[in-house]
Design a protein around this ligand. Structure first.
Ligand code: SIN
Length: 314
């Protein structure tokens, strides 16, 4: 019998660990329906703000040979649009896998007001608080400000009683892994999603001697193959430092079953795909599930739990 990709997360058995990364293929209800009907084990909505936003001027997302650069600026249809969608979907399909819902406020108050709305609604899925958007001009990433992270999480967990995870930017220093883990271990988080794009890279078109995206003079978040080693390091660093009750969602550079296997070996429970989903469309979930299963069959693993987190040191 072929290996099982079933993944238990928050007591629910997802068919497999794969999801979209918030921001990719999840802006409209049509795209969300396509994800729901795809091979993905779960899906997440575009990070919403209290009201709809058009985001930054185009071009603002460009696929490049080893990945992508974007400065979208949180375009989205506003929290009510996504909340209506998920409430409708969970009412229509009560046995479907719990949905993930992403919010990214521009201020502490924005985040608190959106989380109050979710808390007071019938939403029974998982909420992701995005503390790591690098693309809004003039707004630094919250998760690089440790004091502000503590302030937000303290205020949130005062009233928010539903499952909550946070999306983090990459960290590059052991001191920062330690500080952030000490902070996160003080809160009843369901999960940590590592990593968002590597912020503020620059991609250059040599022919035109120009940047390739319009916002922020071409500076944008980098995703895809460029970022896999950084993503794996962040997944591993948090997996080995956080309380075991805080699960890890691995995001960054997943293009093949082998990339997925590496994230799982580092300790991820669920896996999100962004850049490659944008390139390939939802059929990527058929391919990566097959590839991961083939690797597991070859190695004789029947379940993911047999190797999750068991990365060898030398
Ligand atoms: C964006 O909309 O700019 C991307 C969102 C993110 O990186 O969190």
């Amino acid at each position: 019998m072929s290996a099982s990709l079933k993944t238990n997360f928050l007591g629910f058995d997802y068919e497999n660990p794969f999801m979209n990364a918030s921001g990719v293929h999840c802006m409209s209800t049509t795209e969300l329906d396509e994800l729901a009907n795809s091979k993905a084990g779960a899906f997440i909505t575009k990070s919403s703000t209290p009201n709809d936003r058009t985001g930054n001027p185009s071009p603002r997302y460009v696929s490049v040979p080893l990945g992508s650069i974007n400065s979208m600026g949180l375009p989205n249809k506003g929290i009510d649009y996504y909340l209506d969608y998920v409430l409708d979907r969970q009412a229509k399909y009560p046995n479907e896998a719990p949905i993930f819902f992403s919010v990214a406020g521009m201020s502490v108050d924005d985040n608190l007001s959106m989380l109050h709305k979710i808390q007071n609604s019938n939403f029974n899925g998982v909420t992701e608080l995005n503390l790591s958007c690098p693309n809004v001009p003039g707004k630094p990433q919250v998760a690089y400000d440790f004091e502000l992270t503590i302030e937000i999480l303290t205020k949130v967990f005062d009233f928010f009683k539903k499952p909550l995870g946070i999306k983090l930017p990459p960290y590059f220093d052991f001191a920062h892994f330690e500080i952030m883990s000490d902070i996160l271990n003080k809160f009843p988080l369901t999960y940590v999603n590592s990593i968002n794009s590597v912020g503020n890279g620059l991609y250059i078109d040599v022919e035109k001697e120009s940047v390739v995206i319009k916002p922020k003079n071409g500076f944008g978040g980098i995703g895809g193959e460029y970022v896999k080693p950084t993503a794996l390091a962040n997944v591993r660093a948090f997996y080995t430092r956080l309380n075991p009750s805080i699960k890890i969602i691995g995001t960054g550079g997943i293009k093949s079953g082998q990339d997925a296997f590496e994230h799982l070996l580092c300790g991820a429970t669920m896996l999100q795909i962004g850049t490659e989903l944008q390139k390939e469309g939802v059929s990527i979930f058929d391919r990566v599930t097959k590839e991961l299963q083939e690797i597991m069959d070859k190695k004789g693993y029947k379940t993911i739990d047999e190797f999750r987190g068991k990365l060898n040191s030398l």
